[in-house]
Design a protein around this ligand. Structure first.
Ligand code: MLT
Length: 409
């Protein structure tokens, strides 16, 4: 008899975005003509930019010729891409990163979910609440958490509540935490931390021999000066942090799949005897065993994101989405909602007059607009709602118009 991994029994019935997709498809069955505008999952709508497409075509052509064909590539990614990443994302900010500290992958979702494997099951994790559900669910699957309470919160997780009262900024853990997940600019609240605020987290991690798992998937959307783009802008972070980055939202790769993780060689974890071990070596060991690298055409396409025309073209797309964000923010504010985010992130988070799943249903049924209920991101997300700026200009304007006219309370 094959026994199951019983940790799966602790999880909510379905993944947040699968549950949303299920509700939409049920609604569509009964209302096939409804013109639904999707601002739920953070999925992009603008096509890949011409520089990226050109590089991808070229790479595909190379694969068709014996002389330029490539089989397995390095599991941690091609050096040509890692070099471009360092030269463009880190060197200009004065952040030293070595070539063997960059690990290219097929997505930040898989990297953030897989990375926990390198840690013992007795670690306590800290997450912000609300939080991107992947950090929590992947740790539940691994067996790092205990039982779940009525609020859907797990034993062995320290939840750092982010609400209107604290301006959506988490306080340092009051009880010990070993693995700290931070995501800035934040998904789902769209808020950022200043350098001063981030320094406190690095100091906490250093004092407690904790590791910060820093998700910077949305850094390209930062518009304001002075907001940190990388945790490695903070002195001392190289010893206590790893950083996840993604081409998904930055360059429209949600369907193409490419991301990378920076694991400095200075970050150490400890065995039960107190001996230090390199997380970089462990991640290399893990990736070379379980992953065969992102495909060559995809990595060639990702490298083109850093060409002069590629950079210009993706900035135009990001600007387009951030104009949508401004439209959503202004529209919601004028409709009387209390709004957060949307200034340095493609997510807009606002307070709802109804419990968040009820607001979801009403918005879908009456305005035919899809968003994400705050409760899906954690107990402190109840009473809030998230919209994304990734739809088209027309749909964004239309959705806000419908919210103003159809969501009357
Ligand atoms: C989100 O909507 O939170 C994200 O798109 C999900 C993801 O990136 O996996």
């Amino acid at each position: 008899m094959a026994l199951m991994n019983e940790n799966y029994l602790k999880l909510p019935g379905s993944y947040l975005f699968s549950e949303i997709a299920r509700r939409i498809s049920e609604f569509k069955k009964e209302n096939p003509d409804a013109d639904i505008i999707r601002m739920g999952i953070g999925d992009v709508t603008r096509p890949l930019v011409p520089a990226v497409i050109k590089a991808m075509h070229q790479a595909v052509d190379e694969m068709s010729q014996a002389a330029t064909f490539r089989g397995y590539g390095p599991e941690q990614g091609y050096e040509f891409l890692a070099r471009k990443i360092i030269e463009n994302d880190f060197t200009p900010r004065g952040i030293p990163v070595d070539i063997d500290e960059v690990f290219v992958s097929d997505g930040a979702k898989s990297d953030t979910a897989n990375f926990q494997e390198l840690f013992g099951l007795n670690n306590i994790l800290a997450v912000t609440d609300p939080v991107y559900p992947v950090y929590v669910d992947s740790n539940v699957m691994a067996g790092r958490t205990g039982s779940v309470n009525a609020k859907g919160q797990f034993e062995n997780i320290v939840y750092l509540s982010c609400t209107e009262e604290n301006g959506m900024k988490p306080s340092l853990p009051q009880t010990k935490a070993d693995m700290i997940y931070l995501c800035y600019p934040n998904n789902p609240t769209g808020m950022t931390l200043s350098k001063e605020e981030l320094k406190k987290w690095v100091a906490y991690a250093r004092d407690n021999k904790a590791i910060i798992l820093y998700d910077a998937a949305y850094e390209a959307f930062i518009r304001e000066e002075g907001v940190p783009h990388s945790i490695f802008e903070i002195e001392g972070a190289r010893e206590v942090a790893v950083e996840f980055r993604s081409f998904s939202k930055t360059a429209g790769f949600t369907g193409t799949r490419c991301a990378y993780t920076v694991v400095p060689k200075d970050v150490k974890v400890f065995d039960s005897q107190g001996n230090a071990h390199s997380l970089n070596k462990m991640w290399l060991r893990r990736q070379t065993t379980k992953f065969n690298g992102a495909s060559y055409p995809v990595q060639a396409a990702a490298a083109a994101v850093f060409s002069e025309e590629g950079k210009k073209q993706i900035q135009e797309t990001i600007h387009y989405y951030m104009e949508n964000a401004a439209i959503i923010r202004a529209g919601l504010e004028s409709a009387g909602y209390k709004v957060f985010g949307g200034v340095n992130a493609p997510y807009i988070w606002f307070k709802t007059p109804l419990p968040s799943w009820d607001f979801f249903d009403k918005l879908m049924k009456e305005a035919h607009v899809i968003g994400t209920p705050g409760a899906g991101f954690g107990a402190s997300g109840e009473g809030y709602f998230r919209l994304t700026a990734f739809n088209t200009r027309e749909n964004t304007e239309q959705a806000i118009e419908r919210m103003k006219t159809k969501m009357i309370f």
